[in-house]
Design a protein around this ligand. Structure first.
Ligand SMILES: *Cc1c(COP(=O)(O)O)cnc(C)c1O
Length: 935
């Protein structure tokens, strides 16, 4: 069997049955009818023929072999770490964790929500602040979010953001990218050299310890900044904080950074979970997802995303951030690393790391090599006038990578993997010998006195048996693709094949530092170049960058490219971005972050962009039009025929066309945005190209452009052109690119086109089967939808009071994850089956939806009261149906085992319906004490 036949759920016989039901004789007929000819591309993709799973693994082995795994002592925000094997196998390599979706349906996400709450608790404890969110994309973007948060919260009118010169270079690069369009002036100040703070500024960014390794007492600077009304961000290393005074204890308002060294592989720069924490009073300005504690219908404590409405809509044009997909899987790993080691274990790792660094400093010092800073945690900067290259080369010859700061300085970073042998090798590269006596270089005034990770969860699961069972207990609470279909419209929850996943943890991919010398990364460079070329072929664009580490970041990169283009042509005044009212929330948010003004274009009754309103808006903004941002197929799941016209009109007015490519699963092999008129798109590799959602991240959001925009693509954050970097690492989340590479390699041109056809077939099959039970909103040619369909619940809600929420929660009783709720249309469900679900699973879903319709009818007919029926009481837990008292209007069997549910394979929701409003009023975002869970 080919891989494509494994990836695509329905087999040819099933496809024929499905075609028959929707009234088409063949797949060609269906696709010819569904896809408007104006966008249709009839060629054959210029990609290699499909390879088998075994051949693909062999090819990836060969690519991986071109990378060299060295002992990396480069540091600069990326450190060697031992991923505990129990976490690697049972989280990173476990589909129960990696195939889950973002926890918007909290009842079926209690496991990952608990893990994320542990993450938030870990970050708040270590930073000494009060509230942390559930992960950021990396340290650079977390620092950028901290900068804009400071701007919003500061009373100062100044637009100056002061950045300490001892900041990580990649962070500085991302800060500059994000500051410029917002009119923020990043001012680099060498605080160490005694340069003074400016008169006025709204925020101050400090690195702790500094990029050079120096540990400094920042309290006086913090006080000075506060005196002028500025907020202070401390970018802190969490391992160092086990020994050093916490940012909150020196008065910082915000802490930002990465959790990579808590057991997450280097992976050439990502994916890793960034973190962001704030002091009390700033929690409601915190961007990103925040897990909070609330209660369920029985009053039991339950977790859910707090302030969720705010997050889901990303506040549109009032947006303060565009972050959507974050780094959940990696945050889970980092939190479990803390759970497994506990506070004592972390302190021991930190002490050992520090001792190695101190041993290097002592050896250098004894031999008369000057050490730049007397006080440090893990990184020593040595001053070797004119000899830096020679030292780095000598270390490299011994298999150790050091960092060349400049011709006269070399820095050496230690981590938990550093051994005495590494210390000896490093010293030998400097031409000196180890010494016996080593003293601590942690300044007494900055020693941490306060305790941390005092919650029992960090003091319980320290044996491997305990850890294994804790992980299993949490993952058992969650519904992921390993249990059944997740028909989330716009999210493309398709198969994440095991063969695609396997290379991710190979050392040749996992253990490469993002700043490793080019001679060690030829495999990665080849993989990235090939993947970018394939994506360009698939989309019809001329150049692609995989640097953006989520769709939102791809959007920002694409809009910045448009901005750069207009500026380069002397048209800097073009700053209006047209966005249809149905757009995904990130679109408008990204436009705001790119310094654009948003003008909303209405949609017509068919869900298409309203042509008359488009004309009006173009006319109104003819002189300052920068771009239009449209999703194709539309967010309504329809192939709009007006797209080519739309592109032409916007171009005529001097604007650029951005096509949001998150829905590319409906186009691959059949249409190319770069050919039907668009100038730039982002793709979501975590949707169309099989990177698993990881419970809400990681993702990759490549940006693809036509030739005229190529020079404005994101640059290497370490190079001189780093002004354009949108992520901290040149290739963003490089470590998960082998997944998409493997998918394309195994599918080949025919397989990819077949996947698109079956995705469209399945959506139309579901629409056809459910149409008589729920109206299907919007359709294109011939009454066909694209790869998803919208079921309208509003008439039923009006008649019975049963809401989309009730249907979504009742689906849990039937063993399903709900479709996308109330996006893009309030009161509806959007279903995207993808090509990977076989006919039996599609039918099981349709049967559940039809059974739910008859339950709604029973409410309408008055057989069940409106306030006591299986819909409004859903989901039902085992303990609620096993209760000694049962006073409901329907029997227990209907609650627990409704029509068609297999009694031997029942998924039980661990909690009943969660009260979100209660949690928002009583915001609790750290682990509650164990007593909270007592009956
Ligand atoms: C998923 C999605 C996005 C955002 O992607 P993230 O990776 O979550 O940032 C943007 N637009 C559309 C249409 C999407 O479906």
């Amino acid at each position: 069997m080919t891989f494509a036949a494994r990836h695509i759920g329905p087999d040819p016989d099933e496809q024929d049955q499905m075609l028959k039901l929707i009234g088409y004789g063949s797949m060609e007929q269906l696709m010819d009818a569904a896809i408007p000819e104006v966008i249709r591309w009839h060629g054959r993709l210029d990609l290699p023929e499909a390879a088998s799973e075994e051949e693909t693994i062999a090819e990836l082995r060969a690519i991986a072999a071109r990378n060299t795994v060295a002992t990396s002592m480069i540091g600069l925000g990326y450190y060697g770490t031992f991923t505990p094997a129990v976490i690697r196998r049972n989280v990173l390599e476990n589909p129960a964790w990696y195939t889950a979706y973002t926890p918007y349906q909290p009842e079926i996400s209690q496991g990952r929500l608990e893990a994320l709450l542990n993450f938030q608790t870990m970050v708040t404890d270590l930073t000494g602040l009060t509230t942390a969110n559930a992960s950021m994309l990396d340290e650079g973007t977390a620092a950028a979010e901290a900068m804009t948060l400071a701007r919003r919260a500061s009373k100062s009118k100044s637009s100056v953001y002061v950045v300490d010169a001892d900041t990580l270079p990649q962070t500085l690069s991302v800060l500059r990218t994000r500051a410029e369009p917002l009119g923020i002036e990043v001012r680099l100040v060498d605080l160490d050299a005694g340069q003074a703070l400016p008169e006025e500024f709204f925020g101050l960014h400090l690195q702790y310890p500094g990029a050079s390794g120096a540990v400094r007492d920042h309290s006086a600077l913090v006080a000075a900044a506060h005196a002028g009304g500025a907020l202070v961000t401390v970018a802190a290393d969490l391992l160092a904080l086990t020994l050093l005074r916490a940012p909150g204890e020196i008065g910082a308002d915000i802490a930002a950074g990465t959790t990579q060294r808590f057991g997450v592989p280097l992976a050439f720069g990502g994916p890793h979970a960034g973190y962001l924490a704030v002091r009390s009073g700033l929690e409601r300005s915190l961007p990103g997802r925040l897990v909070g504690v609330s209660k369920d219908a029985d009053g039991a404590p339950a977790y859910r995303l707090a302030l969720q409405t705010r997050e889901q809509h990303i506040r549109r044009e009032k947006a303060t951030s565009n972050i959507c997909t974050a780094q959940v899987l990696l945050a889970v790993m980092a939190s479990m690393y803390a759970v497994y080691h506990g506070p004592e274990g972390l302190r021991a790792i930190a002490r050992r790391t520090h001792e190695r660094a101190a041993a290097i400093a002592a050896g250098l010092d004894a031999a008369g090599v000057r050490v730049a800073h007397a006080e440090f945690f893990d990184t020593v900067t040595a001053v070797v006038p004119g000899r830096a290259d020679a030292v780095v080369a000598a270390a490299a010859a011994a298999g150790v990578d050091l960092w060349r700061v400049d011709a006269d300085r070399v820095s050496v970073a230690c981590d938990e993997t550093t051994t005495e042998a590494h210390v000896a090798a490093v010293l030998s590269a400097f031409g000196v010998a180890p010494v016996a006596s080593v003293v601590s270089a942690i300044p007494a005034s900055l020693r941490r006195e306060s305790d941390f990770l005092t919650h029992p969860v960090f003091r319980t699961h320290h044996s491997e048996t305990g850890m294994l069972r804790y992980l299993r207990r949490l993952s058992d609470r969650d519904y992921a693709l390993d249990r059944g279909m997740i028909p989330l419209g716009s999210c493309t929850m398709k198969l994440n094949a095991t063969t695609e996943m396997e290379p991710v943890t190979w050392p040749e991919f996992a253990d490469i530092h993002p700043f490793a010398p080019a001679s060690q990364t030829a495999g990665y460079e080849a993989l990235v170049a090939q993947l970018e070329a394939w994506l360009a072929e698939l989309t019809g664009y001329d150049a692609v960058s995989v640097q953006p580490n989520a769709g939102s970041q791809g959007e920002l990169a694409g809009l910045l490219a448009i901005r750069g283009y207009h500026r380069a042509r002397g048209q800097a005044h073009r700053d209006v971005c047209l966005i249809p009212s149905s757009a995904h929330g990130t679109n408008a948010a990204s436009a705001v972050m790119a310094g654009m003004r948003v003008a909303v274009v209405a949609c017509d009754a068919d869900g298409n962009v309203d042509a008359a309103d488009l004309d009006r808006k173009i006319e109104a903004h003819r002189d300052d039009l920068a771009a239009i941002m449209v999703t194709y197929p539309s967010t309504h799941g329809v192939y709009e025929t007006g797209i080519a016209d739309l592109c032409a009109k916007v171009h005529d007015a001097g604007g650029q066309v951005y096509v949001d490519g998150a829905n590319l699963n409906a186009l691959v092999g059949f249409a190319k945005p770069g050919r039907f008129g668009a100038d730039v798109s982002h793709l979501n590799l975590h949707k169309t190209f099989c990177i698993p959602h990881g419970g809400g991240g990681p993702g990759v959001g490549p940006v693809a452009v036509r030739a005229h925009l190529a020079e404005f693509l994101p640059g290497d954050p370490l190079s001189a052109s780093g002004e354009h970097a949108v992520s901290a690492a040149a290739h963003g989340s490089a470590g998960i690119l082998p997944i998409s590479w493997a998918y394309l390699r195994m599918m080949g041109p025919e397989g990819l086109a077949a996947a698109t056809s079956v995705a469209v077939l399945s959506a139309n099959y579901v629409a056809a089967r459910l149409r008589e039970h729920y109206p299907v909103l919007y359709a294109g040619n011939d009454g066909l939808v694209a790869h998803e369909c919208i079921l309208d619940l509003r008439p039923l809600t009006k008649a019975t009071g049963i809401s989309v929420d009730d249907v979504a929660k009742r689906l849990i009783d039937y063993g399903f994850h709900a479709p996308t709720m109330s996006f893009p249309v309030a009161g509806t469900l959007m279903v995207e089956p993808t090509e990977s679900e076989d006919l039996a699973e599609l039918d099981r879903f349709c049967a559940a939806m039809i059974a739910i319709r008859s339950e709604i009818d029973a409410v309408a007919a008055g057989r069940w009261p409106r306030d006591d029926n299986p819909l409004v009481n859903a989901p039902h837990t085992a303990s609620s149906v096993a209760a000694d008292e049962w006073s409901h209007a329907y029997p227990r069997s209907v609650a627990a085992y409704p029509d068609g549910v297999d009694r031997t394979a029942k998924y039980w929701s661990p909690v009943r319906r969660i009260d979100g409003a209660y949690g928002d009023r009583n915001l609790v975002c750290a682990c509650p004490p164990p007593e909270a869970f007592e009956d």
